[in-house]
Design a protein around this ligand. Structure first.
Ligand code: KG4
Ligand code: ZN
Length: 334
């Protein structure tokens, strides 16, 4: 069985082919980062128009890489939400039409389920049950995953998503969009003890997050700085350290509450080296296991959608003929 996956929920068009036995056999991505950078963030209408231009050439590209023709496909998976409605509709229309023309099923995939399953694309995949930490540009969540498709949300951000906090803090430091990866580079030469930033909500016995205050703390330090050029590496490092400590605290609570010792970390922010090493050392201390996706599959991609699509396809969850997307969609509604 071979599933084509199409991701188009935000500013990346990703396409991939996943084989039931061989795993991932081809993937391609076009990122719109350069196009949106000039505006300091994603412009939804430009995103939709660009997805329209990219999606068919990317499908042709993965078919060529996999040495296949479209008639070899058994199903077409697409991101049905959450995300930008226009962007989602491009992938959904393309997938639904192609599936109809080929007389094969279309499969609607939840974007966050895609992120959550991305570590399963690696050679040593995590085994269920586990706790998942999802940290992306739109979501920050701790989830107890007892089996595929069974999600219990243990906690989430009450305000900004972590990726958003990275992007806004990066902007305060004069970095371009998306700031997360640039802030990581800047933090490399920083001193983690230069500033004392808050570890938000770590004194509360729950698995919820709040990052708005941390971003304000960065704003205050930026305003007080008399030489931002000199201070910004330290600010970036201390911000990242505060985030990493907060995640360690909340993951510990989530693992203890659910009585589990396996942590899966996914979403764009999980590409961050300092965050990966803080969580890895937590799990080493606990004698537990930790799993990440390779860095290129932490951010949006087609491979995770093809993988999640295969799982849903094997469970016989086929999308109806009408094209429905969900700009807002809870994982618990799956
Ligand atoms: O998962 P993702 O690609 O898209 C959403 O589903 O939201 O996540 C994008 C977010 C952006 O906020 C970006 O700045 C952040 O992930 N990000 C990072 C890093 N790479 C991407 N944040 C911190 N460090 C990174 N290396
Ligand atoms: Zn994403």
């Amino acid at each position: 069985m071979r599933i084509l996956g199409i991701e188009s929920s935000c500013d990346e068009t990703g396409v991939a082919i996943y084989d039931e036995k061989e795993g991932l056999i081809a993937h391609s991505l076009h990122t719109q980062i350069a196009m949106h950078a000039e505006y300091g963030g994603v412009v939804p209408e430009l995103a939709s128009r660009d997805h329209i231009k990219r999606v068919i050439p990317l499908i042709e590209d993965v078919l060529k890489k996999a040495n296949m023709v479209k008639e070899d496909l058994d199903g077409i998976a697409y991101t049905a939400g959450p995300g930008l409605i226009g962007a989602l509709l491009v992938g959904a229309m393309e997938a639904r039409s192609l599936a109809y023309a080929l007389n094969i099923p279309a499969i609607a995939v939840h974007h966050m389920e895609g992120h959550l399953l991305a570590p399963m694309l690696e050679d040593n995949p995590p085994k269920f049950p586990f706790v998942a930490l999802l940290i992306s540009g739109g979501h920050t969540m701790l989830i107890e995953v007892s089996k595929p498709g069974k999600y219990k949300i243990l906690g989430q951000s009450l305000d900004d998503a972590l990726g958003e906090a990275f992007d806004k803090s990066a902007k305060l430091l004069g970095l371009n969009y998306p700031g997360g990866p640039l802030l990581e580079k800047l933090a490399k030469d920083g001193d983690e003890n230069a500033y004392k930033f808050p570890r938000p909500m770590t004194d509360r016995d729950n698995c919820d997050f709040s990052f708005a205050g941390l971003k304000t703390a960065v704003l205050n330090v930026v305003h007080q700085s008399t030489d931002l050029e000199k201070d910004k590496a330290n600010i970036a490092k201390c911000f990242t350290k505060a985030v990493a400590d907060t995640l360690v605290n909340k993951c510990t609570r989530a693992l203890n509450k659910s009585n589990l010792n396996t942590l899966v970390v996914a979403g764009g922010v999980s590409a961050n080296t300092d965050i990966r090493s803080a969580l890895t050392s937590l799990m080493q201390k606990r004698g537990g296991e930790i799993f990440f996706a390779r860095r290129e599959f932490c951010t949006d991609n087609g491979a995770m959608i093809a993988k999640a699509g295969m799982m849903r396809f094997l469970a016989n969850e086929i999308a109806p003929l009408d094209v429905v997307v969900h700009p807002r969609w809870s994982l618990t509604d799956l």
